[in-house]
Design a protein around this ligand. Structure first.
Ligand code: GMT
Length: 379
């Protein structure tokens, strides 16, 4: 099958899922064409069946300050669809990608090309709910030939907030357990100036307000008073400066490390003893799944789709949003009991493999493509 994939190429869960999906499908024999304004950040392999098509927006004084990316993307999608004989355009994140894909179909007047839209979360819960985007998001969903959501929670939110009857397939995110697995932590304790038995706590996100990274720091502050530990903050984004300033003021700089968007994410996550994800909302929580697959228990909030990923009391704990004391108490409970930490970690990996192994989830997308192409009912 010839498949076009469009996503946001920068760091972020939807781009990660789109890229990993494309790579996995190429390994299974499909031809994959990524179409975006930059090379997706996780697209770091050379594969004969993977191509990248860059979208450039021709500058023109009248376009300042709003260059029409949506239109340039639609034009590139139509061009690639013709020359590469695409069967499917699979867009990740509804806005503006679903609209560009619909336009590409219109440009080509094509019945052959099918558009699949995968909803990831903030495209529905934040951006899509904004009045200025709601009607166009709803339109993008309704004109797609197939729609998927990464959790049941997101499917329900979409139906409720957009008052749409559009059938939506729930296909959860996935993880490659060969890549995300336990790693030796001894080297990391040394790098971060700790002792070998110090605990490593990890957080990975885009440091946007929805991630509540100040909660991560406050939980850590309480934990480190009881259990000697280091906090590894992976990622970057708008709340980083505030969090770093707080750590400087509270003299936490020797224990909290802001690492940025590291290339060796799996080593850092896999060397950690605990993962914190205290988000306000999370349609799925890809970072939590990668931690679980790496045998790292997760403490997260009971928000959005997180209960579909983390089993409360089994491979981590779920607490109310903003419950710093509760999260700190659970973190101390796990980190001061080796046996509990290891048992939760082992169960975490088993569950991640049972439910979210790449080899189980990717075929579900492939089946959806086939159903849509055959004109069979979806959802
Ligand atoms: O987490 C973000 O803010 C980035 C966002 C994205 O679209 O890149 O992530 C969303 O999609 C991920 C992949 O499906 C999910 O794992 C995240 O839970 C979801 N983020 C939110 O719902 C806040």
């Amino acid at each position: 099958m010839n498949i076009g994939i469009t996503c946001y190429p920068t760091f972020g869960g939807s781009g990660v899922v789109a890229t990993e999906l494309g790579i996995a499908m190429a390994h299974r024999g499909d031809d994959i064409h990524f179409i975006s304004y930059a090379l997706p950040s996780r697209l770091n392999i050379l594969h004969e069946r993977v191509r990248f098509h860059e979208v450039t927006v021709t500058p023109y004084p009248l376009f300042d300050p709003y260059p029409p990316y949506t239109l340039a993307l639609a034009t590139k999608m139509a061009e690639v669809a013709v020359y590469e004989k695409l069967d499917v355009l699979h867009v990740h994140y509804a806005i503006p990608h679903a609209i560009s894909a619909h336009l590409a179909k219109q440009i080509l007047r094509s019945e052959h090309l099918k558009v699949i839209t995968t909803l990831h979360g903030t495209d529905i819960t934040l951006v899509g709910r904004d009045e200025s985007y709601l009607p166009i998001t709803k339109f993008g969903i309704e004109v797609s030939d197939g729609v998927t959501a990464v959790s049941q929670w997101l499917k329900d939110e979409t139906a409720a907030n957009f008052a749409t009857q559009k059938p939506i397939d729930v296909i959860p995110n996935f993880v490659d357990p060969e890549r995300f697995k336990r790693h030796d932590k001894s080297a990391f304790c040394h790098i971060f100036g700790g002792r070998p038995d110090d605990r490593l706590i990890c957080h990975v996100s885009n440091f946007r307000p929805v991630k509540r990274i100040m909660d991560v720091i406050e939980v850590f502050e309480k934990v480190t008073r009881v259990v000697p530990s280091r906090l590894l903050m992976v990622g970057d984004g708008p709340d980083r400066s505030r969090a770093e300033a707080y750590c400087r003021d509270r003299r936490l700089r020797d224990r909290v490390f802001f690492l940025g968007n590291v290339p060796n994410l799996e080593e850092i996550v896999g060397a950690s003893d605990l993962f914190l994800l205290p988000s306000e909302s999370e349609s799925f929580g890809m970072a939590a799944l990668e931690a679980l697959a790496s045998e790292v228990p997760v403490i997260a909030t009971r928000a959005g789709g997180l209960p579909e990923v983390v089993d409360d009391g089994v491979d981590g704990y779920l607490l109310p949003i903003g419950d710093i004391d509760g999260m700190a108490a659970r973190a101390i409970e796990i980190l001061s009991n080796d046996q509990l930490q290891r048992a939760m970690g082992r169960r975490a990996r088993e569950i991640a493999i049972e439910r979210f192994d790449v080899s189980k989830i990717v075929p579900r997308y492939r089946e959806l493509y086939e159903r849509v192409i055959a004109g069979a009912p979806v959802g």
